[in-house]
Design a protein around this ligand. Structure first.
Ligand SMILES: Nc1ncnc2c1ncn2[C@@H]1O[C@H](COP(=O)(O)OP(=O)(O)OP(=O)(O)O)[C@@H](O)[C@H]1O
Ligand SMILES: [Mg+2]
Length: 160
């Protein structure tokens, strides 16, 4: 499978959240979202949108000090932040139950556990363009996600 990359721009935190929420329409149990981007780029904001789309009622915060937080939505949502690992790890550290679990798994700073990610993980990179502008680069091999990207995400289409 050949990966395809698509680029999106959001102009407000709210748009990043809606972008993520809209993406959940095509996500399936077992999907892994591998997030990259500098501190404050928008990874956790995106995670909040995914949680909202999955019907998680609990507030989602950065799990930096716990590494993993599990939420119950329509399907389980696993939020991992592996920033604290600081360098690329060469041991699996027990994350497989989330990476290969029954829910949707989102990993902030995913390159630190790159060896453990499934081949079809959806890579999402956040770039700070300006105060409130973010470039989001999404790379995937999954046809349903490619189709979602091609259909064009329209930030005015907030309806379900
Ligand atoms: N278009 C945008 N999309 C997302 N966040 C934005 C946008 N514009 C401004 N922001 C602000 O950028 C910050 C993003 O913070 P967030 O916690 O999501 O970053 P992060 O990538 O998770 O950082 P960390 O690596 O520290 O966990 C928030 O303060 C948010 O309000
Ligand atoms: Mg974060």
């Amino acid at each position: 499978m050949k990966p395809s990359t698509f680029t999106f721009i959001t102009k407000h935190e709210r748009e990043t959240k809606e972008f993520a929420k809209h993406l959940t329409r095509v996500l399936e149990s077992g999907d892994v979202l591998a997030l990259e981007g500098d501190l404050g780029a928008g990874k956790t904001v995106f995670a909040k949108g995914i949680a909202e789309g999955l019907g998680v009622c609990e507030p989602v915060n950065s799990p930096t000090f716990t590494i993993v937080k599990e939420y119950q939505g329509k399907i389980p949502f696993y939020h991992l932040d592996v920033y604290r690992l600081e360098s690329v790890v060469d041991e699996p550290l027990g994350f497989e139950e989330y990476l290969y679990g029954e829910g949707i798994c989102l990993v902030e700073w995913a390159s630190r556990i790159s060896d453990w990610l499934p081949d079809d993980a959806i890579e999402i990179q956040f770039l700070v363009m300006a105060d409130t502008h973010r470039k989001i680069k999404l790379t995937t091999v999954l046809p349903r996600v490619i189709n979602w990207c091609k259909d064009g995400w329209n930030h005015e289409d907030f309806s379900d």
